[in-house]
Design a protein around this ligand. Structure first.
Ligand code: SAM
Length: 248
């Protein structure tokens, strides 16, 4: 069985060793019963993967001796960097979008308050929400064996989401688009280095938002005549982009 992979913070690696207490200690030693000499992989938030063996197990901490390391972030794959620019949906749908988007290779997530987003994030909730959302992507990355962890960012509205971007290909999924299909957008200009896809909340995009995104180079595209749930649209577009330009 290949060595088990643990998501770590890059700060824990120092001078060829890494030591852990708390959750990682419990998982390694108590749950998986790993011991001295067992091989492990340590993946940090910067896309580095460290290969090593456990060289000390104490009562409440464990030390790993690192033998090699590689920068194996998603950017090693031939897929473009894909940013999901998601208007905040209701309830815990965002958990599904972050989890499935991580499995499907999204490079990062920009969440924003859509004009029709029912859920709202108060200023004093932002830090806690971001910690929780980034935990979801970290856990999903660990589960699917990704070397890097997609970062989740919060933006107040579509205005910031549309104007902050430098992505080469910019798409806004809009069911009102009748002329331009996704296939049209993906068949011109070859493989982009980066793609950003804006997706509306349950209530869809406000026409003002569609216009704002369009003014910032986002091409409205349709995913066909059926109205998809916001979480379905997010999963579908990632699978299509990975199939077209990625490693699927
Ligand atoms: N306005 C929709 C309605 O009339 O029910 C609701 C929005 S839909 C539930 C949520 C989001 O998914 C939309 O804002 C859009 O970004 C995306 N979406 C859903 N179906 C789509 C389609 N057929 N074409 C393009 N985007 C779609």
């Amino acid at each position: 069985m290949s060595a088990r992979r643990f998501m770590i913070n890059s700060r824990t690696v120092r001078d060829g060793y890494a030591s852990f207490d708390g959750d990682i200690y419990n998982h390694m030693v108590r749950v998986l019963r790993l011991g001295t000499g067992d091989a492990v992989q340590l993946a940090d938030e910067k896309g580095m993967v460290y290969y090593g063996t456990i060289n000390q197990v104490a009562k409440e901490w464990v030390a790993v001796k690192i033998t090699s390391s590689v920068l194996a972030s998603e950017s090693d794959s031939n897929a473009p960097h894909i940013t999901i620019c998601q208007a905040l949906p209701k309830g815990d749908k965002i958990d599904l979008i972050l989890q499935k988007g991580t499995e499907l290779g999204a490079h990062d997530f920009w969440l924003f308050g859509g004009r029709r987003s029912v859920a709202k994030i108060r200023d004093d909730q932002q830090v806690g929400k971001l910690e929780r959302w980034n935990r979801i992507t970290a856990e999903a990355a660990r589960q699917c064996g990704r070397p890097d962890i997609p970062e989740v960012t919060w933006l107040p509205s579509a205005v910031e989401a549309a104007s902050d971007t430098g992505h080469e290909l910019r798409l806004i999924l809009w069911e009102g688009e009748k002329d331009h299909s996704l296939k049209d957008s993906l068949s011109v200009g070859g493989k982009p280095s980066s793609v950003i896809v804006a997706i509306g909340p349950e209530g869809g995009f406000d026409p003002l938002e569609v216009r704002h995104f369009s003014q910032h180079g986002f091409q409205p595209v349709s995913l066909g005549t059926r109205i998809l749930r916001t979480e379905t649209a997010s999963i579908a577009i990632l699978a299509i982009l990975q199939y077209t330009w990625g490693e699927m």
